[in-house]
Design a protein around this ligand. Structure first.
Ligand code: GTP
Ligand code: SPV
Ligand code: MN
Length: 594
């Protein structure tokens, strides 16, 4: 497939280490994909679903001990601990290579080694990067064929270059005690052992496109972010692009594929999806910030996805999709998950493959769920009815606004705008959100998750903040405007106060209006908050008082917030940029005056 000496040498090393019985190059052809689908059904790795209703769709169940990312077993193995920074687990690279090679040695015996050459970003785009993943899992191969661009052309584009990421995955024994997800940023290398779950094993995604790429972006002057990218088309047919960073399972896929409320659709508003999880952004020749989506598919959260909440995501899963850890409806061999519809299947298997009794289902008790709360679909982007024309173009789209957000039951208002880039970086660096099922561990605990990158930043987060500030200086007055949103404010009974989903369009419109200098705002202690009358409530069953309530900036809450940010900042020591210290001091002073 290639004469690239660096590739051939690494593959020889991998073969000697892993000792597969066979070696197969993945070429991205339909024939090979179909043969692998067939093989995966024969081995039981996948189940074929109803091919009339869901053509090309399959179900996979992971080991129940292996259903989400494992942050405590994820390491950044930079040469020094200091360079991994206070928010990452670190291990000396030599030590970690030795440990992982011991775990992986001989683990492909009796198996096939699949070699997947893939491009993150349209093949040949100046913003794209190349990786090669070796794996012993057909599930991984079939997912990578959806999530990345795989073809012999990738190797042609690579030529003799050594600028590619080495990705080793081995399922080993799926032993959680020996599970490691390790990035070696200085070596362009990723090693993942003892897992078979998406984010841990589709190495182009979080491991490469965020952890390794964030480091590359720092060194090379660009940005790799945990952001969706969408285009908002107005009735005049003009499209403005927005990138938004929310932590895992906090609404990126939903916002990226949003369908505007009826009255706005009728006026001609429309949303186009460029990406739902990751953005790579560079300064273009005109000095603006341009973004591409390096992925080729969506690895989306299944529960809660339905025709009303996210019609476009649901449509995307109707063909050539792999479902992981959802329930199987035995009546017609289709899939089901909590929130898909109200028809709890009478005759179904839960995500573990056990018979599921709908009578015992209790919404509040996750152990009674049919689908795992972090069950996912892997769907080709080309299936998405609102995929942007720009999606396959390598040039990227110019970003007008960057939005941060998270799950905050209290405190953070529905939306506010930063005073400037520096203030926006401060808001991103101080972001907090309630944890979700996307990672192993407690759910619903508020934690600081700067720029939604806490689990994904491949270097010292203090340096990452400095890089953001530096990008702002380079962008100058062409920098995107920075906003913060919170769809998740609740009343005292825990009910969401904002309808969310398609109605988030009302907030996006205010954001775009602000970028164009068309909407008013009131200056508060934390930034510019909309005048309540500037958020359009047409056709919405919501009163002004509720809206005013979710736009309030409460003194005592923000005093507490300032104290928590101060604590959070202490971690970064002398690598915390001076500008951010000053920003915090200003916020404190402003809050005092409230
Ligand atoms: P990752 O793929 O983990 O990075 O997640 P994501 O940020 O793409 O999250 P996603 O859009 O899949 O949403 C996760 C969960 O949040 C789903 O259960 C949604 O139903 C819910 N959700 C998304 N948007 C909203 C919203 O506007 N309001 C409310 N209340 N819930 C939302
Ligand atoms: C996330 O957890 O942010 C995801 C899913 O997008 S995973 O690929 O598992 O990381
Ligand atoms: Mn994500």
């Amino acid at each position: 497939m290639t004469n690239n000496k660096t590739v051939l040498a690494w593959l020889e090393e991998m073969k000697a280490l892993l000792t597969p019985d066979e070696v197969v190059w993945i070429d991205g052809s339909d024939e090979q994909r179909d043969a692998l689908r067939k093989l995966s059904v024969e081995t039981g790795e996948m189940e074929m679903l109803n091919q009339e209703k869901l053509p090309g769709c399959y179900l996979h169940r992971t080991n129940p001990n292996d259903v989400a990312r494992v942050e405590d077993r994820t390491f950044i193995c930079s040469k020094t601990k200091e360079n991994a920074g206070p928010t990452n687990n670190w291990c000396d690279p030599d030590e970690m290579y030795a440990k992982l090679y011991d775990i992986a040695r001989g683990s492909y015996k009796g198996k096939t080694m699949y070699i997947i050459p893939f491009s993150m970003g349209p093949v040949g785009s100046p913003l794209a990067k190349i990786g090669i993943e070796v794996t012993d899992s057909v599930y991984v191969v079939l997912n990578m064929l959806i999530m990345t661009r795989v073809s012999p052309e990738v190797l042609e584009v690579l030529g003799d270059s050594n600028d590619w990421v080495r990705c080793l995955h081995s399922r080993c024994d799926i032993d959680p005690e020996k599970r490691y997800i390790c990035q070696f940023p200085e070596d362009n290398t990723i090693i993942s052992v003892n897992s078979g779950y998406g984010g841990n094993v589709l190495l182009g995604k979080k491991c490469f496109a965020l952890r390794i790429a964030s480091y590359q972006g720092w060194k090379e002057g660009w940005m790799a972010e945990h952001m969706l990218i969408l285009g908002l088309e107005n009735p005049k047919g003009e499209v403005k692009y927005v990138a938004a960073a929310f932590p895992s399972a906090c609404g990126k896929t939903n916002l990226a594929m949003l369908i505007p409320p009826k009255y706005l659709r009728e006026k001609g508003y429309k949303i186009w999806t460029v990406g739902d999880d990751i953005a790579w952004m560079r300064i273009g020749e005109d000095g603006r910030l341009y973004a591409i989506n390096p992925e080729n598919g969506f690895f989306g959260v299944a529960p809660g996805t339905n025709v009303n909440s996210n019609f476009n995501a649901l449509e995307s899963t109707k063909k050539n999709t792999i479902f992981t850890n959802v329930a199987l409806d035995l009546n017609d061999n289709t899939v089901w998950w909590e929130g898909l519809n109200k028809n709890l299947p009478e005759n179904a298997l839960d995500w573990k493959g056990n018979p599921w009794d709908p009578a015992k289902f209790n919404k509040a008790d996750k152990t009674t769920c049919a689908a795992h709360p972090n069950s996912r679909f892997t769907a080709p982007a080309e299936n998405c009815p609102c995929i942007s024309d720009e999606f396959n173009k390598g040039a990227g789209v110019p970003i007008s606004a960057i939005i941060f957000g998270g799950r905050r039951a209290k405190c953070t208002p529905l939306v506010y705008q930063s005073k400037n880039w520096e203030n926006g970086v401060f808001i991103g660096s101080a972001m907090a959100s309630e944890t979700t099922a996307a990672a192993a561990g407690a759910v619903g605990v508020v934690r600081r998750d700067p720029m939604a990158m806490l689990p994904f930043c491949g270097y010292h987060m203090g340096d990452y903040f400095a890089h953001w500030l530096e990008m702002g200086k380079k962008l100058g007055d062409k920098a995107p405007k920075i906003f913060n949103v919170n769809w998740f404010r609740t009343d005292d009974d825990g009910n969401f106060l904002w309808p969310g989903f398609g109605d988030n369009m009302r907030v996006l419109n205010w954001i775009i209006d602000r970028c164009e200098g068309k909407a008013d705002a009131s200056e508060t202690a934390i930034g510019y908050v909309p005048m309540p009358e500037d958020i359009d409530l047409t056709d919405l069953d919501m009163d002004m008082d509720t809206l005013k309530n979710i736009l309030t900036v409460d003194k005592s809450m923000w005093e507490k917030e300032c104290a928590e940010i101060e604590e959070h900042y202490k971690k970064f020591g002398d690598r915390l940029p001076e500008e951010l210290k000053n920003q915090l001091a200003t916020l404190k002073a402003n809050v005092e005056k409230l």
